[in-house]
Write a protein that binds this ligand. Sequence first.
Ligand code: NAD
Length: 485
Amino acid sequence: MLGKGVIRMRRIGSLLAGEHKVNESTTKIEVKNPYNQELLALIYSSSIEDVENAIDNAHEVYQQTMRSLPAYERSKILRKAAILLEERSEEFARTISQEAGKPIVEARGEITRAVQVLQLASEEAKKLNGEQIVMDSAIGGEKQLGFTKRVPLGVVAAITPFNFPLNLALHKIAPAIAVGNTVVLKPAEKTPISSVLLHDLLLEAGLPAGAVNIINGYGIDLVKPLVTNPKVKKVSFTGSDKVGWHIKELAKEKPVTLELGSNAPNIIFSDANIEHAANAIAMGGFTFAGQACVSAQRVFVHKDVYEEFVSLLKEKLEQLKMGDTSDETTQLGPMITEDAAIRAENWIKEAVAEGATIRTGGTRDGSFLAPTIIENVNPSMNVVCMEVFAPMVAMIPFDDEKAVIEQANDTEFGLQAGVFTSDINRAFNIADQLEMGGVWINEVSVRRYDHFPYGGVKRSGIGKEGVRYAIEGMSDLKFIGVKLI
Ligand code: NAD
């Protein structure tokens, strides 16, 4: 158990067949706390040979153990892991807060969710039921029995981003274990520490060594040999759209799940509860400094309430406490790197040069970007059409329902949206018309619970996560028929 304060500097290599292996000769990558640049760990990158070993281990453990491990055993391991994680929640929360630069209160929220993902997976492991097929529905099907069985696929390649380093890794690992697969995980090189802690915790919970192997280093070096290896049967990626679609091409005919980015629309009608909507956007556009794939980005507000809404939102954002991520009262931390903050600042400057105006924020101090409201934008500005991934919202007034739906859909992305209105008919009609993987009514786009189907359309991805739905994507429905003779 580590202390309450700073985590000790670690050497992170590859986790192969349950063992930590450090290659002294490979590329080293520093892992720093984005808040104060403290050096937290040094990654000794995995080599191509390590990638192959990780896959071989996962393949062997799948063949020898995991595919035949009974459901009650898989369920028990996941349940024990949930208990251990809950016991160590503070250690994990501090680790995430430090490696990702996440305010400690938000990091604790990530642990609460991660515990639930393990609990849900533990429950789902026992519910992998198939169905009996009525065989004589088809001509010639008389005197036959047919049924389906959900079966594992084998080795799953899991590649994850920096922003929810523990929970997004678990969204792949926990369903994989629930159904009897094994995993090779490639965590984000900016935030690998929580995955290493998770690996050790899973072993302690009883997971066979080698059922989860971890390779560390840059994606550009490690992901191609990982996803193209014939022993890998499923690729599950969460990260940016550009990298995701590239990986889909590399993986060729393998089943692939892509959980990618967006520029989430939120639509506020004049009959909405404006105070509630302003609170929702103040949270949903700015939690973890706007670095969530479903962060509110394009905020469409009806002209009749536009001024009232923006004034209220500005007031709320100016009260957000920015600063030390270990402070219990901090609400807004830094962005993941100074480069990321500079990129966002440049997009704001470009928009302003083209006529946009800033209601609040727009300033940068190192990797901190002040919470920003930008107005008078047009659809071709990066702050509107690209994924901003920063503490910033673009305000767009509207007065016509049909036109605002068209504007909200006028994007390459389609992950989640929010609609705020007290008219239930309008709410459902709009939910049907929005080209999104999910739509919230009277809730902000960023809201996610770990059991509902989650995943985008268009450029935002393919397939679904959310424990039960991830299990479906990581398994096959096998038909078994019997002819009675
Ligand atoms: P990223 O795409 O840069 O990195 C994600 C993973 O891909 C990392 O492990 C990285 O090492 C690897 N990678 C990077 N470049 C690669 C390359 N050229 N080839 C192969 N692998 C490569 O994403 P990020 O900056 O860590 O995370 C932010 C992005 O993730 C945002 O776009 C965000 O919207 C998205 N995201 C999506 C979801 C979702 O569930 N839809 C959730 C969280 C984050």
